[in-house]
Structures are given as structure tokens and as C-alpha cells.
Design a protein around this ligand. Structure first.
Ligand SMILES: Cc1cc2nc3c(=O)[nH]c(=O)nc-3n(C[C@H](O)[C@H](O)[C@H](O)COP(=O)(O)O)c2cc1C
Ligand code: SF4
Length: 518
């Protein structure tokens, strides 16, 4: 009987040597005359164990990892094709604590199925949501998405159903669905992981959005630094077209919907929705003033839904299991699940999908296992480069949009970066200003000029030139940027800067005073 061996083919695992492992496994199979089939799956998101190889045995799937090419011959010697014991044995992957503690709704198939096999997708519950949507009126689809409580996972947390309703209610011959796959936030990889590991769930979500709003054309805007995601999405779109999911008629319905994959040249600001639309139109990626909202005048001036990958990929489960099912997960106004991406100086880095509500401390200490260096955690930046730094004193903050906002922070795209006690928060604050200066689109003064002045001021502080004056100046500058910027790049840069100053004042003390205290 043929054996199935899963070896991840996603970019994270490839960067850790998965291709060499696959070649070595192929070689051993041929040399030993074993009847086996290799499936290049996505990652389950336990990156410290990648490349994690799995074998289907009579007792279910058995995992081994992290596997290097040099381990492969010994794995075969140990009889791993039938689940034999080896020093890299991990047992049933579903029972690994990092997996067992998750609630995987959006990522239910990621790492389990063959990403570009539609049969596998359907065998694991795919297309049920789209089939349900085909049988519904657009307004009812919008209602179900609204009632699920799903909010945009790109950063702003805007209710997805309300955005869709605006597009549905706006008359227009042509409407568009744009998927924001720019994923520029530091420490984030959820969009990439799902596009590489389960691309059909995004295609299904986009098709449902099309049916819900009468949009017939969709674009996925993927950063050019994601060549593997682009390739997988291209392939999956072709498969979906051949299967009648995309094209002139969505699954035999009276409405058509098709998708084009576009790659962006890699500017952080091109993740901002209006800048992204300009870039898609072939213009410079400069932010547009709002109003008009993209939902009313978006791509090429037409009504446009623009949603993050995870927002769209979460729609099929809502349309499959119902609004209430999804809404039952979570806390407060943060409903459903959130794929938290744990990165930085952390022992167990990876993607952890869970209902909203876990505290930051649980995520960092229990799920992430503390720092990789073994030193104490000093700070955690939540929400990418525009997110605040949280000290241990705020580790009781539950993962929830409003709870984070109350503490002058944000969830953003749910990426967290862990820092140990060797981190210099003045350096991090300067980095935030420098990042803003480099990535600013230049349209408004507080961001374009303010960020450069911010770098200079923090440099003077570092050099101990009138430190108190510099601190007052930075605070004032942050206020101007926060309230005077056109978009969140300039408007949110004060979050990392001010949180570093407020929570870690010792790193901003004039050097002379600090030395005297030591
Ligand atoms: C500077 C900047 C960068 C952004 N980058 C991204 C990004 O990479 N991906 C994303 O989905 N949203 C990003 N956003 C948020 C988008 O503007 C927009 O809110 C989002 O695409 C809406 O989708 P959602 O409602 O599904 O979250 C960014 C915003 C700003 C201000
Ligand atoms: S805040 Fe910065 S990125 Fe945003 S519009 Fe102004 S200059 Fe451009």
C-alpha cells in the first residue's frame, strides 16, 4: 500500500531547509524501493519544529521534526514510514500542546491538506459556505456576515458586514473585491501562511464577497516578497476556474466572479487601503484623502470591498456554520478567533489561532514559552511597527480590540514581537520614527517632516543634549503626528514611541543621571 508523506512547501519551512529534506526523502524512497507519495502541504505554524514531516500510518498521522536532510536516512532506518520511533518523533501532531490548545476555524485545513487539491479542500469541509451563499440573496449574506461579528483583521477592526453593506447599497455597473495581501507588519505571516497552505479558503471568501455585493471581479494584491504565495494563489485560481468556482458563473449561479493576482513592489504604505488602490491602478502608492470611502469610490472609482486576507478567509466558516457559531467564540465586541503570530525573541514562535480573550501574558509565557535566549521578557510589541510596547505590568491585557485600545495599544494584524531585557527602548523608539520617515508616502507634513525631526530629537536625547527638553519635544511631536496625520502611518507611530517612553522611562533618562543611579 502506498505511504503518504507530508513535507511542508511553504516559504517559512523552505527557509528552514524543507526543499533539501524533500529531495532527501525522494532519494531514499527510490533507493529503498518504497511505494510512497510526497505531498507538499502548508505549515501547521509551529515554526520551531519546521520542517515538520508527517507520515500517514494505520494509527493516523505521525510527526517528526525539526527534520534536516542529514536526518532522513536515519528516519527511514527507524521505520518512520510506519511511524517508527526516532529521536525526532513528535507523535500525533494534533496532540502537540501548541496545536491542541488552538481553536482553528480559519486555519482549520492549513498544514493538513494538499494546498492545491480541490478534492482535499472539499473533503475537509471546503465550499460548503459558498454553496450556501449561492442559494441566498446578497442582503442575507451581508446580514449573516454582519451578525457573526467578524471585524477586519488588517488592523483597523472595522466590521466586515457593514463594509459589504455599503458596497451592496451603492449602485454601480462594475464593483470590485480587493484582497489586501500586502502584509507589511513586522512579525506577521498569517496571510502568507494561509495563501500558501489553504489558498481555496481565500478564493471561496472572495467569491462569497462577490455574490454578496454584485462584484464580478476580484484582485489579490500580494507583496512581491511573497513569491511562493503568489505562485500558489496563481495555481489555485486556475484550478478554481476549471472547477467552475470562478468564471462566468460561480458554481452554476447567475453571477460570475473572477480573480486576478497582482504583485506590489513592496512599500509598507501600499498596505494602506487607498494607497494600495492607487498602486493597483498603476499609480504611485500615495494615500488618498477620505472621503470618498473605497466602498463608494474605490478601485478605478468604482464601489470596492477592500479586506484583509484573514477577514476574507474567515467568511467561509461563517457561511458554513452560521453567524451564531462564529460569534460564540471571543469576548466583548471581538468575536470569533484570531490567528496570533508569535515572533521575535521567543522560544515557540509560530501561528496560534484562538478565540479572542487570552491575556498577553498567557500568549507570551505559556504559549510562546518565554524568550529564546532564556532571559526575562522586557517588552512585547503588539500590532506591528505602529503598535505599542507592552511591559510585563500590562500582561493581564486580554487580546481584544477595545481592551488593547484602553491601554493605548492596538492588536493590528495580531503579530507580537517579544524582546528580552537586553532591549534598549530608546533605540526602539528611534527605530519607530526612522521606519516612519523611510516609509512615509510624503503626502502630509506631520508624518513626512515630523518623523525625521523625531529621529533627530531622539538622537540628541541619546547624546544627552538637553535631555528634558528633547523628551518634551518628542511628546509634543507625537501629539502633532497623532492628531494631524492623514493616515495611520504617521498617526500611529506615536504609539511605539510614547509607550516606550512611558513604560520604560529608565531607558530615556539622561545618561549622567542614569550613571549616578548605578
Ligand atoms: C500604513 C498602513 C499599512 C497597512 N498595511 C496593511 C496590510 O499590510 N494589510 C492589511 O490587510 N491592512 C493594512 N492596513 C489597513 C488597511 O488600510 C485597511 O484597513 C484594511 O485593508 C481593511 O481590511 P479589513 O477591514 O479586512 O481589515 C494598513 C494601514 C496603514 C495605515
Ligand atoms: S501619514 Fe504619512 S503615509 Fe499617511 S498620508 Fe501622511 S505622509 Fe502619507
Amino acid at each position: 500500500m502506498s505511504v503518504t508523506i507530508y513535507i511542508p512547501g511553504d516559504s517559512g519551512s523552505l527557509s528552514l531547509g524543507a526543499e533539501k529534506v524533500a529531495k532527501a526523502v525522494e532519494k531514499e524512497i527510490a533507493a529503498r524501493g518504497i511505494d510512497a507519495r510526497i505531498v507538499r502541504n502548508g505549515s501547521r505554524g509551529l515554526y520551531w519544529l519546521e520542517p515538520m514531516v508527517e507520515v500517514v500510518t494505520d494509527a493516523g498521522r505521525v510527526a517528526y521534526g525539526p527534520v534536516a536532510a542529514k536526518d532522513v536516512a536515519s528516519l527511514f532506518d527507524a521505520g518512520f514510514v510506519t511511524g517508527g520511533e526516532h529521536r525526532l518523533s513528535l507523535g500525533d501532531p494534533e496532540k502537540l500542546p501548541f496545536v491542541a490548545k488552538q481553536t482553528r476555524l480559519t486555519f482549520a485545513r492549513c498544514g493538513i491538506t494538499d494546498p492545491i487539491s480541490l478534492e482535499d479542500y472539499e473533503a475537509h469541509g471546503g465550499l460548503v459556505g459558498l454553496r450556501n451563499a449561492v442559494a441566498m440573496a446578497p442582503a442575507d449574506i451581508v446580514k449573516q456576515v454582519t451578525e457573526s461579528g467578524l471585524r477586519g483583521r488588517g488592523g483597523a477592526g472595522f466590521p466586515t458586514g457593514i463594509k459589504w453593506k455599503t458596497v451592496l447599497d451603492t449602485p454601480g455597473e462594475q464593483k470590485y473585491i480587493v484582497c489586501n495581501a500586502d502584509e507589511g507588519d513586522s512579525a506577521t505571516f498569517a496571510d502568507r501562511m494561509i495563501m500558501e497552505g489553504d489558498p481555496f479558503v481565500l478564493i471561496e471568501g472572495m467569491a462569497i464577497a462577490g455574490l454578496a455585493t454584485h462584484a464580478t471581479k476580484g484582485y489579490v494584491y500580494i507583496r512581491s516578497e511573497y513569491p511562493h504565495a503568489i505562485a500558489v494563489m496563481e495555481k489555485a485560481v486556475q484550478v478554481a476556474r476549471r472547477a467552475g468556482i470562478l468564471g462566468k458563473s460561480v458554481l452554476g449561479s447567475s453571477q460570475g466572479f473572477d480573480i486576478e493576482i497582482r504583485s506590489g513592489a513592496g512599500a509598507y504604505v501600499c498596505g494602506e487601503e487607498t494607497s494600495l488602490l492607487n498602486s493597483l491602478e498603476g499609480k504611485r502608492g500615495v494615500v488618498r484623502a477620505k472621503p470618498p470611502l473605497p466602498a463608494i469610490q474605490g478601485l478605478f472609482g468604482k464601489p470596492t470591498v477592500i479586506n484583509n486576507v484573514i477577514s476574507l478567509a474567515s467568511v467561509p466558516i461563517v457561511m458554513d456554520k452560521g453567524a451564531q457559531y462564529y460569534k460564540d467564540f471571543g469576548m466583548g465586541r471581538s468575536r470569533g478567533t484570531i490567528p496570533i503570530q508569535i515572533a521575535g525573541n521567543v522560544k515557540h514562535g509560530g501561528l496560534f489561532e484562538v478565540a479572542f480573550g487570552l491575556t498577553l501574558g498567557e500568549i507570551v509565557d505559556e504559549i510562546g514559552g518565554g524568550t529564546a535566549t532564556g532571559r526575562p521578557v522586557k517588552a512585547v510589541q503588539v500590532g506591528g511597527p505602529l503598535g505599542a510596547y507592552f511591559p510585563r505590568a500590562l500582561f493581564d491585557t486580554p487580546f481584544d480590540y477595545e481592551e488593547f485600545a484602553k491601554r493605548d495599544g492596538l492588536i493590528g494584524h495580531a503579530g507580537i514581537t517579544v524582546f528580552d531585557d537586553s532591549a534598549d527602548m530608546l533605540k526602539q523608539a528611534r527605530f519607530a520614527m526612522e521606519f516612519c520617515a523611510i516609509e512615509s508616502c510624503g503626502k502630509c507634513t506631520p508624518c513626512r517632516i515630523g518623523s525625521t525631526r523625531g529621529v533627530e530629537t531622539l538622537d540628541k536625547l541619546k547624546q544627552n543634549i538637553e535631555p528634558e527638553k528633547q523628551l518634551a519635544l518628542v511628546t509634543d511631536l507625537c501629539n502633532t503626528m497623532k492628531f494631524g496625520s492623514l493616515c495611520a502611518l504617521g498617526g500611529f507611530t506615536p504609539y511605539p514611541v510614547m509607550s516606550a517612553i512611558n513604560h520604560f522611562p529608565e531607558d530615556f533618562r539622561p545618561a549622567a543621571v542614569a550613571q549616578a543611579a548605578e
